[in-house]
Design a protein around this ligand. Structure first.
Ligand SMILES: Cc1cc2nc3c(=O)[nH]c(=O)nc-3n(C[C@H](O)[C@H](O)[C@H](O)COP(=O)(O)OP(=O)(O)OC[C@H]3O[C@@H](n4cnc5c(N)ncnc54)[C@H](O)[C@@H]3O)c2cc1C
Length: 158
């Protein structure tokens, strides 16, 4: 979260740079930005340390390049957190287990589970009720792709 010495003269909706940097307005003169390293590393479960170099050397320069008014800003507060992450293809796993009967997956959303949850919930309800998908075919997200090493890549991750 940061304040800008010269706030923008118009509202800033969520804006995503191809690098994965994202920024949006969060208050009259304050903004929220986030990002991650090129390779998002595995960390210890209790590691919530902020990587200050990431902000200083990576996120802020990108931000100031994209929006020059953000060269003069003051960080107000910061937060580091964890994502559940499917390392095969950054995508959800849903549907039945291929070997264990009566075991269903609905996990591995890799940072984009909120937006997928309505469809995933409906698909899972359909599978449990009818034994198959009805509205949308969610089988590409199935567990088989994991055991067969067939990634179904999601690239639009921020
Ligand atoms: C900072 C942040 C920002 C995000 N922003 C977005 C966004 O803008 N858009 C978007 O689409 N997604 C976003 N996501 C991702 C989204 O929040 C997740 O993908 C989604 O919440 C995953 O839902 P889930 O039900 O699979 O897992 P979770 O929501 O993690 O639920 C798993 C539950 O299982 C419980 N649990 C764990 N172990 C056990 C156990 N042994 N016994 C019983 N219960 C257990 C946990 O307590 C938890 O309540 C964001 C995530 C984070 C962290």
């Amino acid at each position: 979260m940061f304040s800008a010495e010269t706030p923008l003269d118009r509202p800033l909706p969520l804006t995503i740079d191809p690098s994965g940097l994202h920024v949006r307005q969060d208050g009259a003169t304050t903004y929220m930005a986030g990002g991650h390293t090129e390779a998002d590393p595995t960390v210890e479960f209790d590691d919530f340390e902020m990587d200050h170099a990431l902000w200083q050397d990576h996120i802020w320069p990108l931000l100031a390049t994209r929006i020059p008014a953000f060269e003069a800003i003051k960080v107000q507060r910061e937060w580091a957190g964890h994502y559940d992450f499917n390392t095969l293809d950054q995508n959800a796993i849903t549907g039945p287990h291929s070997e264990v009967a009566n075991f269903f997956f609905l996990n591995g959303f890799s940072g984009h589970g909120l937006q997928q949850s309505p469809a995933m919930g409906r698909g899972t309800a359909e599978y449990l009720t009818y034994g198959g998908y009805r509205s949308l075919d969610l089988s590409p997200f199935g567990f088989d792709r994991i055991t067969q090493n067939r990634p179904f890549f999601e690239t639009a991750i921020i």
